[in-house]
Design a protein. Structure first.
Length: 150
């Protein structure tokens, strides 16, 4: 558990640079185009309701984020399923409970909107992420992802 010194709030367009920087620190590769697309949907799309949060220090520095979406069905009714697409904690702030705090608030936020199930994809041999999701009550899904290389 962290000592409550990190605050979780909804992500806003201004968080773009901080999110891209954390992602780069985690993956050791820069991918601003991916986040440009994600942020475009965050602020503009009418079909998807953003459910993205950031964790920040008392001085406002963003140290972690989670990005997800809820599909908005016909007549503006929320679907019962949501996705968790991207999650990252600044390596200097990992193992302080920030990931769990973000996850708990993400789940609480979605529950209030009527969501009953959250889907996410993890690389099959990414043991760190699988462990993290496992300790946050995620279990293997009953569907499997198929692909065909062309
Ligand atoms: C996986 C990840 C999200 C975990 O975030 P985190 O903030 O470190 O997670 P938590 O602190 O909530 O939990 C991690 C561990 O720290 C432990 N922990 C929590 N608070 C702690 C504290 N105060 N002191 C010591 N350990 C603590 C937790 O018990 C947990 O231990 P466990 O792994 O043995 O169960 C983070 O490591 C990450 O961003 N990884 C990279 C993700 C990635 O590859 N993203 C690419 C884009 S999708």
């Amino acid at each position: 558990m962290n000592d409550g010194s990190f605050k979780v709030r909804l992500m806003k367009a201004d968080d773009f640079d901080a999110v891209v920087a954390i992602d780069e620190k985690v993956l050791k590769a820069r991918r601003p185009e991916y986040y440009e697309m994600k942020f475009e949907r965050l602020v503009r799309s009418r079909d998807y309701v953003p459910a993205s949060l950031v964790a920040e220090k008392a001085d406002g520095t963003v140290v972690g984020f989670v990005m997800g979406e809820i599909y908005m069905g016909e007549y503006g009714i929320f679907q019962e399923q949501a996705t968790l697409d991207t999650l990252g904690i600044d390596p200097d702030y990992q193992h302080k409970g920030i990931g769990k705090q973000l996850m708990d608030e993400f789940v609480g936020h979605l529950k209030k909107l009527g969501v009953q199930k959250i889907y996410t994809l993890v690389t099959w041999n990414d043991s760190k992420m699988i462990h993290f999701f496992g300790s946050n009550q995620f279990t293997p899904s009953r569907t499997i992802n198929l692909e065909r290389v062309l």
